[in-house]
Structures are given as C-alpha cells and as structure tokens.
Design a binder for this molecule. Structure first.
Ligand SMILES: Nc1ncnc2c1ncn2[C@@H]1O[C@H](COP(=O)(O)OP(=O)(O)OP(=O)(O)O)[C@@H](O)[C@H]1O
Ligand SMILES: [Mg+2]
Length: 242
C-alpha cells in the first residue's frame, strides 16, 4: 500500500498550553502528521499527551500557536464549530470506552450518525458492517455492560469509525484490557492503518507503539523530546524509496 506521508493531515505550530496551577502542559509544540501515518505519542504520566490529543480533537484550545487538521484551523473554532468538526473528521477511542450503557451496542454505534444527514437505513447498514468487521456483530442488541472489555473497545472503535473520519485518535485504548484483548485491539488498529486510516495513539506502552505505529513522538514536560520512525515505519519508508 502506498502512503501519502507528504500530505499533512495534522499541523501543530508553536502550541503552548498553561493551566492555572502547575507547570505548562505544552510548550512550543510543533509537529506534523501526514495522511496515512500511524503515530504514537509516548511519555511519562503528566507529560502532556492527553492535552496534546485534546488540542487535535478540538476539545481544548492552545493559549498560543495554531492547530490545523484536514485544512481546518481547529484553534479558531467556537463550541458549535468544534462539535461539528469532531463529528465530521474525528473518531475517538478512550481507555474506559465511554459507551452509553442505556443504549444497545447498535444504538451506540449509530449515535455519531445522528445530525449528519445520513439516512437511517444507510446508517444501520454501515453500523452492521462495522460491527461485523470488528467481530462483535452477534452483540448488536446487547447493552455494552454485558460485553467483555475487549468487546466493548471494539464497539467503541466501530462508533469512532461510523462517520468515516479522516483521523482516528486513541488515548490508552488498551490500558484497561487484559493482554489478550489488548493484543486484539492492537491488531485492529494495525489493520485500520494498513487500510489507509490515519491514527494518533497515546500510550505508555512502548510495545504497543512499536506494534501498531510507524512513528513515535516522545513528550517530556510538555515538550517534544524525540520523534523517530519505528522499525515498521523504517521498513515502510525503505519500501517506498526502493
Ligand atoms: N483541565 C486541567 N486543569 C488543570 N491542569 C490540567 C488539566 N488537564 C491537564 N492538566 C495538567 O497538565 C499536565 C499534563 O496533563 P496530561 O493529562 O496531558 O498528561 P498525560 O501525559 O496525558 O498523563 P497520563 O499519562 O497520566 O494520562 C499535568 O500536569 C496535568 O495535571
Ligand atoms: Mg493522559
């Protein structure tokens, strides 16, 4: 598969974020992620990883600097604009799934398609296809509380992909899973990336980063301390330049 890493999907330039108490959460962070890349954000607890992800998702704004994603100046959006931006361009997966337990699996996955203008029948078709691809189709009518952690995370991934977002963001998606389910989710992210999905993954787990991503960006005290390809990323680059 060819990867268009020259076409930037995410561009952060000189991003600073200060919370009122404590040291700066992000300091002069500049980073570019190309379309089709899979980038892991690594770093110790409190180093600014989730803050960085929130900037990209339009859930938080920088005090200074710019955030551009898929041609959108995310730092300039108001709340309505940010909600729309997330609905159309971002899929998010979290450590603790954030599924709604009052809804069935199917309705959780359908939720992002509301307000998008996608017809109900088409949305249901798409949701079923996603749940099938992710191996949880037999649970469509169950409530998430009855599923295993690994299954819940698959449902969360299906929900994240419902609106076919150009960007999938994941914050410790295997953090609450046993090692077998974690490996399943890692495999799933790898497959999505192989199909062309751009992925930004926040994790403490170096092995997960190496297994699923082509590049690692390490953050320490709110600054980018290292930015390098993984072994997979180096192999992919060699395949392209050969
Ligand atoms: N809403 C907030 N209000 C005040 N301080 C915050 C807020 N969000 C984050 N911080 C602070 O910013 C710094 C970076 O936090 P962040 O959540 O980005 O770290 P992290 O790298 O994701 O850590 P972890 O690996 O533990 O999830 C921390 O010092 C944190 O206390
Ligand atoms: Mg975090």
């Amino acid at each position: 598969m060819t990867q268009k890493t020259t076409d930037p999907l995410i561009q952060l330039s000189g991003v600073n974020r200060n919370f009122t108490d404590g040291p700066a959460a992000l300091r002069e962070v500049s980073v570019t992620v190309g379309r089709g890349e899979a980038v892991a954000i690594l770093g110790p607890s409190g180093s600014g990883k989730s803050t960085l992800l929130n900037m990209i998702a339009g859930l938080d704004r920088p005090d200074s600097g710019t955030v551009t994603v898929d041609g959108v100046r995310v730092d300039g959006l108001d709340e309505t604009g940010a909600a729309r931006y997330r609905r159309e361009r971002i899929g998010m997966v979290f450590q603790f799934f954030h599924l709604l337990d009052d809804l069935t699996v199917l309705d959780n996955v359908l939720l992002p398609a509301e307000l998008t203008g996608l017809g109900r029948a088409e949305a249901r078709r798409r949701a079923h296809t996603l749940l099938e691809t992710l191996g949880v189709a037999h649970h469509v009518r169950a409530h998430p509380g009855r599923l295993s952690g690994g299954e819940r995370q698959r449902v969360a991934v299906a929900r994240a992909l419902m609106n076919r977002p150009p960007l999938l963001l994941a914050d410790e998606p295997t953090g609450a899973l046993d090692s077998a389910s974690g490996a399943d989710v890692a495999g799933l992210l790898r497959d999505l990336h192989a199909d062309g999905q751009t992925v930004v993954l926040v994790t403490h787990d170096v092995r997960l980063a190496e297994e699923t991503c082509t590049r690692t960006v390490r953050i320490v005290d709110g600054r980018i301390a290292a930015d390098e390809p993984t072994a997979r990323g180096r192999a992919a680059r060699q395949a392209v330049t050969r």
